[in-house]
Write a protein that binds this ligand. Structure first.
Ligand code: ADP
Length: 915
């Protein structure tokens, strides 16, 4: 085929030939651009446009149109006994990977003739196609780009399994195919690479259906001794070459990734050895001279340095929190103590986070052994103090690798004996073991696995032999690529620091969040012995109120604020029912035990209300009540109404001296639409509710019929829940307010769904979901969309709706929401102290009564939010220009970066051209 042709038309005379022609050209590497491969209406012409990506061919813009035309000229089949290349009409395509095509043809029983330089095949219409590695002599040489092979990516999961590995496999397969690559799964980790054969299987779009909701790894993982030997790696290299795989994505822990690094560093030497032994040809070695390997960290321990979070850790935390929450109730009933062992050999992340999220009394982690030689006495003191306050349960969480200062292991049985003997507590031990690995991945791990794998495929496509072996990580809520060995080195340094008893260094080597969380645990869980109490004159009177709809984490934030504030010597008041309660003077003093257990409770124990001061309630009354109760700092917990309240208070501050106090908002709304934070409290809980509801809905749908569910999610004018939820459940379409819905969009989606169901296995009933944000359109309601789909789906599929409504607020807050809440609350109290200490010091110096006006600077009315892994404080004045007050959201949403992925992974452009 000469360069310069706009397209070629291939006519098929029957439906069956049309379908097999589409499949045939797809096998050659063509991808569908547009077209109706399936059609019930006989009056419509079936046609499909396909394009050969430039990386598969030397030619430019290779486009074909396949049409169903019963009148087309019949081309007789040329028998295998004649030389097909002598025909006077043929297509000549420049292809680089003839070996791979040969295997493909053999696998699907497609006859071909092999000359030394080309393969000759006939398409189902008997057109002769010559596939050659040489450039077409009639093509203009300069216009032909340098040819590259079609990429063949292998994906394997190795080491300990982690929930979310399947999301990785799925995204590598789908995104890889959508980028024109072939993707192979290597089953059973490195063992499959060494054993080769059937352990290495080509994946297609449907191979990974349903993977998102399955825990562990569906392609298997193993610990492989053979791969640690040179002979094993030599065999693995031969298998990769023989399968034509030129890039490998490895998802595993630091052991697996170290193994991958060894493999890559030896690669050229392994090829030379294979040539010498006659196991591969020189040509093969030339083609596979550079092997690209990319690492993704899958580990429940979150023990890899250089990334904020690893795949599987958050799901594991979910399992731990579920277990501790359950143990909690029995401990409370019997007034027992429980010592719970969680995983983590050199890393206390799980124990620490579980400690914060469940409000445990004491934790033991390897990085930070108890500071006292006699940790037994310190632990008993804390447990006794808590019991004296009236606590009926004692929960101690122990990382399996916990050590004392002298590196002596701290074991659960020893702790149990101490609690029983010294305090007389009825103590039980629970070792959570492998339950921590299992179960369906939480929303966070599904999204993490997906976005990291997309980055891994991009890294493969942009790799060059001179670049170091990249590891995909996460830093400040952004996917990062960095040299793997740097991260591995830092990871090993943690273990070395612990072994040399340099615990300070071990803590520093963890990310900044770890240090911050460590403090959060200590100051919110352990009733202090006055060591962090402020001098009398710096102690504040703080009020807390909840505003807007309830969201998971509101109570956790309140509990943490109350406890830290009490440890600092402040007095803290809960205000019932938001600003409408405040103007009625509903202030109540809070104490340590009053908030016990709040961390695990959803909703709002204080009571919440949407009233905004200056609009729904009188501003003068707000100021009066604050003055009357001598409130010196105000903590708001809520969503966009709370932000609007902050704006209103800021406007009139100069008019009311009692408003000249620090005022902070901790964002809490499932819509995640408050400016100044990446995540508001409640949005993770909500995503998890959406994920489990969608999983159940898909299961119900596919158990009985081919059905599309239109699921309505909340979010106001923000598409956050639909986009991130859509990514986590593998939605085939989403409708969000930022884009709206129109008729062409709906028509396109109807065609897309018809194509999906037409190409499904007729024996299976597939359930699919569409997520629609409630506020996206008043015309195209959830019901209307579903009815359109039902009508258009005809015999192919039916449609139903599911409106998730208020269950999205969740019952129990997710671990991430609890932890974020505690962290933000501590920063909020610190913010109050920072903005009042000068004025209070001055007053003390002058021996005056506390001043009414504690602060007036712009910075002292602010949102305390999460930016990546850090906590950030941004004033209202700073946030107003970046806020769309009309649509109640920030002008820019970080999560929009994931929007396109939902469509790509749904297979919108490619699905119907894939068998
Ligand atoms: P994880 O990846 O979860 O840390 P392991 O440390 O058990 O788990 O490693 C998993 C597999 O990675 C091992 O069974 C082995 O096949 C391979 N591997 C680990 N370290 C090396 C190494 N230094 N050289 C070669 N292969 C290794």
């Amino acid at each position: 085929m000469a360069s310069g042709l706009s397209y070629s038309v291939i006519s098929s005379r029957t439906e069956a030939t049309f379908d097999s022609t589409v499949r045939f050209y797809h096998r050659l590497g063509f991808l569908q651009i547009v077209g109706n491969t399936q059609c019930d209406d006989p009056s419509l012409v079936r046609q499909t446009w396909m394009r050969l990506p430039s990386q598969c061919s030397g030619a430019t813009s290779l486009v074909i149109k396949i049409v169903l035309n019963p009148q087309a000229r019949l081309i007789p089949e040329t028998p295998l006994t004649t030389d097909w290349a002598l025909k006077d009409r043929m297509f000549v395509l420049t292809m680089q990977d003839l070996g791979g095509l040969k295997r493909e043809f053999a696998e699907h029983g497609v006859p071909y003739q092999d000359t030394s330089t080309s393969l000759v095949v006939q398409d189902p219409n008997h057109n002769v196609i010559v596939l050659t590695q040489h450039l077409n002599p009639v093509a203009q040489q300069p216009s032909v780009p340098t040819a590259t092979r079609r990429k063949k990516i292998g994906i394997l999961t190795s080491g300990g399994d982690a929930s979310g590995m399947n999301a990785c496999v799925r995204a590598v397969v789908l995104y890889g195919i959508s980028k024109g690559c072939d993707v192979y799964a290597v089953y059973e980790g490195y063992q499959g690479l060494v054993d080769g054969g059937d352990y290495i299987r080509k994946m297609d779009w449907r191979s990974v259906t349903g993977y998102l909701s399955i825990g562990g790894t569906s392609i298997g993982t193993a610990r492989c001794m053979a791969f640690k030997t040179h002979e094993g790696r030599l065999q693995a290299a031969e298998n990769l070459v023989k399968h034509g795989i030129d890039s490998l994505i490895v998802c595993g822990g630091d052991g697996s990734l170290t193994g991958a690094d060894v493999f890559r560093s030896e690669w050229t030497g392994l090829l030379d050895e294979l040539i010498t032994a006659g196991r591969i040809t020189v040509d093969e070695a030339k083609t596979f001279r550079s092997m690209t390997i990319v690492g993704i960290v899958g580990s429940i321990d979150n023990d890899m340095s250089g990334t904020d979070i690893t795949i599987g850790a958050v799901t594991s935390l979910h399992r731990i929190c579920e277990a501790v929450d359950s143990v909690d109730t029995t401990a409370l009933s019997h007034s027992r103590a429980f010592v719970i062992e969680v995983m983590g050999r050199h890393c206390g992340w799980l124990a620490l986070m579980a400690g914060i999220a469940t409000g445990a009394d004491f934790i033991f982690i390897p990085e930070q052994p108890p500071s006292d030689e006699d940790w037994e006495t310190s632990m008993c003191k804390v447990a006794r103090r808590h019991r004296e306050l009236g606590k009926r349960k004692t929960i101690i969480i122990v990382a399996e690798g916990a050590l004392d200062k002298n590196l002596k292991p701290i074991k659960v049985d020893r702790i149990k004996d101490i609690l029983s003997d010294r305090l007389g507590l009825d103590t039980r031990v629970t070792i959570l073991g492998h339950t921590q690995r299992g179960g369906s991945p939480c929303a966070f791990d599904r999204i993490l696995g997906t976005v990291q794998s997309v980055a891994a495929v991009d890294a493969v496509l942009s790799s060059s032999p001179d670049k170091p072996f990249p590891m995909i990580g996460m830093n400040n809520n952004k996917v990062t690529t960095q040299p793997l060995m740097d991260a591995v080195k830092l990871t090993h340094e943690v273990a070395e620091a612990i072994e040399s008893r340099n615990f300070q260094r071990a803590l520093e080597l963890r990310d900044s969040q770890f240090l911050d969380e460590f403090k959060v645990f200590n100051v919110t869980t352990i009733l202090d012995d006055n060591s962090i109490e402020l001098p009398d004159h710096q102690q504040l009177r703080i009020a807390i109120l909840h505003i807007g709809a309830p969201a998971g984490g509101m109570n956790s934030a309140t509990r943490a604020a109350v406890r830290y504030a009490l440890n600092r010597g402040h007095t803290i008041y809960g205000v019932a029912n938001g600003f409408s309660g405040l103007v009625r003077g509903l202030f109540e003093k809070m104490d340590w035990m009053g908030v016990d257990g709040w961390t695990t409770c959803g909703g709002s124990h204080l009571g919440t209300n949407r009233a905004i001061p200056g609009k729904d309630v009188d501003m003068g009354m707000v100021a009066y009540q604050l003055q009357k109760n001598d409130i010196q700092a105000l903590m708001l917990v809520g969503g966009f109404e709370a932000f609007s309240s902050l704006v209103e208070l800021d406007k009139v501050r100069s008019e009311y001296p009692s408003l000249c106090i620090p005022i902070a908002l901790i964002p809490a709304t499932i819509s995640n639409n408050v400016p100044g934070t990446d995540f508001s409290l409640g949005c993770d809980t909500s995503l998890n509710v959406i994920v489990s509801a969608s999983d159940a809905i898909v299961q119900s749908a596919q158990s009985s019929r081919r059905r599309v569910f239109v699921i309505e999610v909340q979010g106001g004018r923000s598409g956050f829940l639909a986009v991130e939820g859509g990514l986590a459940v593998g939605a085939c379409a989403i409708y969000i307010p930022e884009e709206g819905i129109d008729l062409p969009r709906l028509q396109g989606d109807v065609q897309f769904l018809k194509g999906l169901y037409d190409t499904d296995d007729p024996e299976k009933s597939e359930g699919r979901v569409i997520l629609r944000t409630e506020g996206v359109s008043t015309t195209y309601t959830t019901k209307v969309i579903s009815e359109i789909l039902e009508d258009e789906g005809g015999a192919r599929f039916d449609s139903r709706t599911a409106v998730l409504g208020h269950i999205q607020q969740g019952n129990t807050p997710s671990p991430l929401d609890r932890i974020r809440a505690s962290r933000l609350a501590i920063h909020c109290i610190e913010f109050f102290e920072k903005h009042t200490c000068d004025a209070l010091d001055q007053a003390e110096y002058k021996r005056q009564e506390g001043p009414t006006e504690l602060c007036t600077d712009d910075d002292s009315i602010a949102v305390i939010g999460i930016h990546g892994v850090d906590v950030q404080t941004r004033s209202v004045k700073e946030l107003l220009p970046v806020t769309d007050m009309k649509n109640r959201k920030p002008h820019e949403d970080w999560w929009q970066r994931d929007r396109a992925l939902v469509d790509i992974l749904s297979g919108r452009s490619y699905y119907s051209s894939i068998e």
